[in-house]
Design a protein around this ligand. Structure first.
Ligand code: F6P
Ligand code: MN
Length: 280
């Protein structure tokens, strides 16, 4: 696991340099989720692939930017799924982006997840790594320094409601409106890494990406986005559900499968469970 952690750190430093160029280059290609790939997305994908290729414990990788999984070392034991540059369409407006990693033992699947990690590229570069506990690191002079352990409070103050509102179910809209009436403050940049990072570090709240009429299975990818953050939120004392079930209890049938998802502190996620059990 130490080798994987080191490979993620080396990738983060190379990605930081890759982002800091004038032309991020819109390519003509689309990834498996139908999003336009930037040359930068492809470059970051290759950086991570290259760094994991040096790690003998990595068996197979799967990336948001690759159609299929890729075998790296048949004697390795870890399967790593990653989103190389989540929120890359926000780079031209200079908002934060990030990389997300799910580390699975023996095969992809939530039940096999043993660690997860994300890196935030904002004004500073930070990394959050969860195994038994969730730990925050800050990039300082080329090295990631440990900052602190992260624990969520029972109840937070922030609300990050994803998905096109026009396409929300009415009970979902009612639930979000009620949170705002209770005093929650809107915090939504459109990048799941900084949005979930903010809720985690400010003590709690709720990030939601509900089923919508245009995306009934949600938008966010199980292996690269949903399971890694679900693991981190659970290890930090929060919860992660699809409305009813824990996200970590869900299966997947394809590496690019999506899931409806809610991540937050206990008070807010319990409310989601109440509302969703009354309405679905
Ligand atoms: O990877 C998908 C993503 O860019 C996430 O980072 C983000 O949370 C989500 O899409 C935003 O989607 P929407 O704009 O539909 O709320
Ligand atoms: Mn993404």
């Amino acid at each position: 696991m130490r080798d994987i952690f080191d490979a993620i750190q080396r990738s983060a430093i190379r990605i930081k340099d890759a982002i800091d160029v004038k032309d991020i280059g819109y390519s003509q290609q689309e990834n498996s989720s139908g999003e336009t790939q930037l040359e930068l997305d492809i470059k970051c994908d290759l950086i991570i692939q290259e760094e994991f290729s040096k790690v003998s414990s990595v068996h197979t990788i799967a990336s948001e930017e690759k159609e299929k999984e890729m075998l790296l070392n048949k004697d390795g034991k870890y399967f790593v799924a990653y989103d190389p540059l989540d929120g890359s369409s926000l780079i031209d407006v200079n908002l934060s982006v990030g990389s997300i990693y799910g580390i699975y033992d023996g095969a992809f699947g939530a039940e096999n997840m043993v660690a997860s990690c994300y890196v935030v590229h904002g004004p500073r570069v930070e990394m959050v790594f969860a195994e038994n506990k969730t730990k925050l690191y800050l990039l300082q002079a080329g090295e990631f320094e440990f900052v602190k352990e992260i624990r969520l409070n029972e109840k937070g103050k922030l609300m990050a409601p994803g998905g096109t509102q026009q396409n929300w179910a009415s009970y979902h809209k009612g639930m979000i409106d009620n949170f705002f009436q209770e005093g929650y403050r809107l915090r939504y940049s459109g990048g799941m890494v900084p949005d979930l990072h903010q809720i985690l570090l400010k003590g709690g709240g709720l990030f939601s990406y509900p089923a919508t009429s245009d995306k009934p299975e949600g938008k966010l990818r199980r292996l690269f986005e949903v399971f890694p953050f679900a693991f981190i939120y659970e290890k930090s004392g929060g919860q992660a559900i699809d409305g009813k079930n824990n996200l970590m209890s869900l299966g997947h049938s394809h590496i690019h499968d999506t899931a409806v998802c809610f991540f937050g502190s206990n008070y807010e996620v319990d409310r989601v469970k109440e509302v969703y059990s009354e309405n679905e």
